[in-house]
Design a protein around this ligand. Structure first.
Ligand SMILES: Cc1cc2nc3c(=O)[nH]c(=O)nc-3n(C[C@H](O)[C@H](O)[C@H](O)COP(=O)(O)OP(=O)(O)OC[C@H]3O[C@@H](n4cnc5c(N)ncnc54)[C@H](O)[C@@H]3O)c2cc1C
Ligand code: SF4
Ligand code: SF4
Ligand code: SF4
Length: 355
């Protein structure tokens, strides 16, 4: 029989790593999606990180709304979704975390949200052969996030691929989809996604071997795309005419094609902040190899905290080739934001703070 073109060939040894097979050997009906539903989603603490979409029967629905389940698919009780969920038995992470060094930097090659240091780290990792592909979040005309593969340094010259989109992106489902087809991946995400990735790497060796570089973006909150789009439209800002969105000094700022700006206090956006973000205390992405954000740096620069040996090697490579202009980072300002996030998102929270 001819093998259809879109079929994937998997080596036998890789099968040993597939969680559904490892766990399905000992199915445990008490460890089903119902646990995730009751303990995470119904509790309002799901971060929408998407790690649980590893489900082998595609029962978990991750769309532009709170996580949902399709029990018609028939849960096989493998328990993988529960095992990899960073919000199951949730203990919030917080603070600056361990780091080797911190700098402010601006890429000399790319334009990004701030100093394009995320793009520069990925470009160098590709050039060095550390990774074969990185997952980025691009966007359509309405700023709906779209996950794309970056395989070549030149892909990063596309301004729709670099830059921040303040909406949940389906990065994890894409990682699950490609993990058997690639050898080495760079993963960039919000701190909750990096926590999902780390838990996944503890449970499934395949992800530990293949995801070589994890970059966290500093984060205070994120939004469902349709809620953000409609909220801004109601306030008179049409994202279809936008070239940049940003959060700076407590304001959500939209810059339009004609260079005019719309801004609104983030406080006024509270009604559309998802409940999972309100339980989140990790601003700096303490579990990443390198954490990158705008606070702590002057305009046009990104603050980056190097936390691991691979991130340090990539940084050395970048410096040697003079790809980066460096400046001093104000780590005290980053620390303030870390403390602020703990203050505004107490956990466990009192019932009244749950929307
Ligand atoms: C939801 C969100 C909230 C943030 N909040 C803060 C904040 O409060 N304070 C702060 O200092 N910084 C925050 N950041 C980080 C900041 O906006 C920049 O992403 C960061 O400074 C890196 O800029 P850069 O120029 O180095 O990145 P670039 O080189 O421009 O690369 C941007 C990277 O971000 C990725 N990306 C874009 N949108 C998303 C998304 N929705 N989900 C996952 N990845 C995405 C892209 O794929 C790309 O890898 C936030 C980022 C996000 C996604
Ligand atoms: S991963 Fe899927 S099949 Fe396994 S327990 Fe969860 S929902 Fe059920
Ligand atoms: S926190 Fe992440 S892994 Fe847990 S239920 Fe929500 S989307 Fe799934
Ligand atoms: S605040 Fe950021 S890191 Fe925390 S749950 Fe929301 S998107 Fe994830």
């Amino acid at each position: 029989m001819a093998i259809p073109k879109d079929w994937v060939s998997i080596e036998i040894r890789e099968l040993e790593d597939l969680p559904c097979l490892r766990y399905a050997e000992k199915p445990d009906r008490t460890s089903s999606y119902k646990l995730l539903k009751e303990m995470v989603v119904d509790e309002g603490i799901c971060s929408h990180c998407g790690t649980c979409t590893i489900c082998p029967v595609d029962l978990i629905i991750l769309e532009d709304r709170p996580l949902d389940f399709d029990p018609k698919k028939g849960c096989m009780g493998c328990g993988v979704c529960v095992a990899v969920c960073p919000r199951y038995n949730y203990k919030p992470l917080s603070g600056l975390g361990d780091y080797i060094d911190v700098f402010a930097g601006r890429s000399r090659r790319f334009e990004g949200q701030d100093g394009a240091m995320v793009s520069e780290f990925i470009a160098c990792a590709l050039e060095m052969g550390e990774i074969e592909v990185a997952l980025f979040v691009s966007r359509d005309e309405m700023w709906r996030p779209e996950v794309v593969h970056v395989r070549k340094v030149d892909d990063l010259l596309n301004r729709k691929i670099t830059g921040t989109k303040y909406s949940f992106a389906s990065l994890m489902p894409e990682l699950h989809r490609i993990i058997n087809r690639v050898e080495s991946v760079g993963f960039i995400g919000t701190p909750c996604m990096i926590s999902g990735l780390r838990k996944l790497q503890q449970k499934v060796p395949l992800y530990k071997r293949k995801v070589r570089l994890a970059i966290a973006l500093f984060c205070t909150e994120n939004f469902y795309w349709h809620e953000l789009y409609e909220f801004l439209k109601e306030k008179g800002a049409d994202l279809r005419n936008a070239i940049k969105t940003d959060i700076k000094k407590g304001k959500f700022i939209v810059t339009f094609k004609d260079k005019s700006e719309f801004s609104i206090s983030v406080k006024e956006m509270e009604e559309i902040v998802p409940s999972g973000c309100l339980a989140c205390q990790d601003f700096s992405g303490v579990e990443a190899d390198v954490s990158i954000g705008s606070v702590g740096s002057k305009a046009g620069f990104s603050t980056f905290m190097i936390r691991s040996e691979i991130a340090m090697r990539i940084f050395e490579y970048m410096k040697e080739r003079e790809y980066v202009e460096l400046a001093e980072a104000k780590i005290g300002v980053v620390k303030k934001l870390c403390d602020y996030k703990v203050k505004i998102h107490p956990y466990p929270r009192d019932d009244e703070s749950i929307p």
